[in-house]
Ligand binder design. Structure first.
Ligand code: KG4
Ligand code: ZN
Length: 348
């Protein structure tokens, strides 16, 4: 079984992991949250500079904690798309350099494929086909995973991503960054039925609504209007707003994902990305899925948000198929997951 050193620097976490197929030997995540929270969101230039300073100590720690040497490694992988170009460049340049110095194959990894593979870390026997609900700071996607590396995008967001909506609503409530975990915690003490908020359905030109696509910008505006109205009446019930907002997102995502699974004829749903850590979503999705005999798998909490263990897990699947990436592979800010095969040349 191949042992892979994987690097993830697509946004604001410098992460390095050593993975043996679906077994995590070490996973180091150096978060930049404190740095970016001063600005209320990720500042790309600061992210790149911080990755540069942190990457080498993270690599050293990952090797030490896994108790492996360079000789023990079979390949070096790094997230190469999509993400912040300057941030991706740090991880990919480090991985390519190590691949050259230690004469190992290099594998570029699609960030969303990493999030999909995070579910294999808690469920090593998981097999396609399944629907993956991928909800992060940059994405809200319903992906039909037909087979390994065969992806079909069935649903997406028309505006804000789910995590982005959590971050923006937290900002409206002056709660800090990143908003998701803060709202999640506050929602525990609030009433989810206190306020009725719009789920953000997408109208179709021929009438009716899109079954899987979502929109969160209307929900965010509704929260803004609600706050403005409540401000004129006295104290704002922050926990009730957080709970009502979270319940609305959970309901909207659950309804669409279940519909997507039923229409696709699959009885397994996986969830990936930072918002997969949300307790409201986890509870509601599992409950509704149960009534349809659908099984739901979430990654372990620490592998929901960005990490390199998921990157290594996806890379080892490609490595096992004899694939590797060219050292000329370039980082890309955008890349559809259906194009993932473009990252590899088959070596077998
Ligand atoms: O996957 P991720 O770490 O980075 C991206 O690829 O975007 O996701 C980060 C996003 C942020 O928007 C953050 O607010 C959200 O995930 N998030 C959560 C929770 N933990 C992180 N959202 C809701 N509930 C949580 N517990
Ligand atoms: Zn991510």
């Amino acid at each position: 079984m191949a042992t892979i050193l994987a690097i993830e620097t697509s946004c604001d976490e410098t992460a390095v992991a050593i993975v043996k197929k679906r077994q995590v030997l070490s996973s180091i995540v150096a978060s930049q949250v404190d740095l970016h929270s001063l600005y209320g969101g990720v500042v790309p230039e600061l992210a790149s500079r911080q990755h540069l300073e942190t990457i080498n100590p993270c690599i050293d720690r990952a090797l030490a904690e896994a108790a492996v040497t360079w000789e023990d490694l079979d390949a070096i992988a790094a997230t190469c798309a999509p993400g912040l170009v300057g941030a991706l460049l740090v991880g990919v340049s480090a991985a390519k350099t190590l691949a050259i110095v230690y004469d190992k194959p290099f594998l570029g990894v699609h960030h969303l494929e990493g999030h999909i593979y995070a579910s294999y870390l808690s469920q090593p026997d998981l097999q396609p086909p399944f629907i993956c609900l991928l909800v992060s700071g940059g994405h809200t996607s319903m992906i039909y995973v037909r087979d390994c590396f065969q992806y079909q995008m069935l649903g997406t967001t028309r505006d804000d991503a789910a995590g982005e909506a959590f971050d923006k609503v937290a900002r409206l409530l002056n709660l800090g960054y990143p908003g998701g975990p803060i709202i999640d915690k506050l929602a525990q003490s609030g009433n989810p039925n206190a306020f009725k908020l719009p789920e953000g359905r997408i109208s179709l030109p021929e009438g009716g609504y899109h079954p899987y696509d979502s929109s969160f910008s209307g929900l965010k505006t509704a929260v803004l209007r609600l706050i403005q109205k409540l401000q004129t009446q006295g104290d704002i019930p922050v926990a009730d707003i957080a709970a009502s907002f979270q319940a609305t997102v959970a309901k909207a995502l659950t309804k669409r994902t279940i519909q997507c699974a039923l229409d696709s004829g699959v009885n397994v749903i996986t969830v990936g990305g930072g918002v997969a850590a949300n307790s409201g979503l986890r509870q509601h999705l599992v409950n509704v899925a149960k009534s349809h005999n659908i099984q739901v798998y979430f990654p372990p909490l620490k592998f929901c948000t960005d990490n390199a263990a998921m990157t290594g897990c996806a890379a080892s699947e490609h490595y096992d198929r004899g694939e590797e990436s060219s050292l000329g592979l370039e980082v890309r800010s955008r890349m559809d997951i259906t194009q993932v095969k473009q990252l590899y040349s088959n070596q077998s």
